[in-house]
Design a protein around this ligand. Structure first.
Ligand code: ZN
Ligand code: ZN
Length: 310
């Protein structure tokens, strides 16, 4: 189950593709920051995307600054026995470490923060641990309040760093037990988007990318990532204006499903090698508006964004 045998039609080129790819890239958030900065140029939401570039830079600085908390052996055992995600976002006892990550990200962003951002930073700095944990719970359960909107990107960013670091400390054998195709095999969170990858063993394959811990898992192309049907799946994109070459637009489509009336974005690295599931998602909120108008609901979150704030 952990490995998929793939052939491109020639007998000598059978290759094995990983079913699950843990977030081992030590420069993941640095690359995301660069993508946010690239997408911000000339974008109507440029100021917001530049702030997200600062947040991602802060995430990068913090990611390698601490060791992962020790893995909970009971959770690994439960995963082996019952196929539960070993770091289930909603059941996992978060180490207080994530709040240190949050404080460091706030410090990194504050250094260059625009005046409009400071109230959110001040508010978070003044919150006690119980209030921070309550916001974190709402971020992880998709129940953020309109009042949380300004602080969600920072809390979401810190939780991403914490869970990414924890996920990277797992072994592939630890994550081969949960095979529910529609949620992350590590933390049980829904994907932020899916990406058709280029290069290496993942080339030309579609991977769903966890909104929280950045783990990727394989799913067939042209299959609904929410109900797994391959019927009634169709694609919507922003009308492409050949004169306005806004970065990323041609590489991002919404994969919509008539069966379960949901959608998730699909990004194609073959069209733009620099697409990032989190950054390109936030740079194409106009596509969400277009698809929402058709009565389709988004099936996975972006933890840097409170959905009511669009
Ligand atoms: Zn995950
Ligand atoms: Zn569906």
């Amino acid at each position: 189950m952990a490995t998929q045998i793939i052939t491109d039609g020639s007998t000598d080129r059978v290759r094995e593709a990983p079913r699950v790819v843990l977030p081992a890239n030590p420069r993941l958030f640095e690359e995301r920051a660069a993508r946010f900065a690239q997408l911000a140029a000339g974008h109507p939401m440029g100021a917001y995307l530049r702030l997200m570039a600062q947040v991602a830079s802060g995430q990068q600085a913090v990611l390698g600054s601490r060791e992962a908390a020790p893995l909970q052996q009971a959770a690994l055992e439960q995963s082996r026995s019952y196929g539960m995600p070993p770091l289930a976002a909603q059941g996992h006892a978060r180490a207080p470490l994530w709040r240190d990550d949050l404080r460091d990200i706030l410090g990194a962003v504050r250094a260059d923060a625009a005046p409009g951002v400071r109230p959110a930073l001040d508010r978070l700095a003044a919150m006690d641990d119980a209030s921070l944990e309550a916001v974190a719970d709402r971020v992880l359960t998709g129940t953020t309040l309109d009042d949380d909107a300004a602080v969600v990107p920072f809390v979401g960013a810190a939780l991403q760093v914490y869970f990414t670091r924890q996920a990277a400390s797992l072994a592939v054998d630890d994550v081969s037990h949960c095979d529910v195709a529609t949620v992350c095999p590590v933390c049980g969170t829904r994907p932020v988007a899916s990406v058709i990858r280029i290069g290496g063993a993942q080339a030309s394959l579609r991977y769903l990318v966890c909104a929280l811990c950045q783990t990727e898992w394989n799913m067939a192309r042209v299959q609904c990532s929410s109900c797994e049907t391959d019927k009634g799946v169709h694609y919507l994109s922003l009308a492409e204006n050949p004169d306005s070459d806004q970065a990323g637009q041609a590489a991002v489509k919404a994969e919509a499903c008539d069966e379960c009336k949901t959608y998730l974005k699909l990004m194609n690295q073959e069209k733009d090698p620099f697409v990032d599931p989190c950054a390109d998602d936030l740079a194409t909120l106009a596509l969400d508006l277009l698809v929402d108008e058709q009565g389709l609901a988004r099936s996975g979150p972006n933890l840097l964004f409170h959905p009511g704030s669009g």
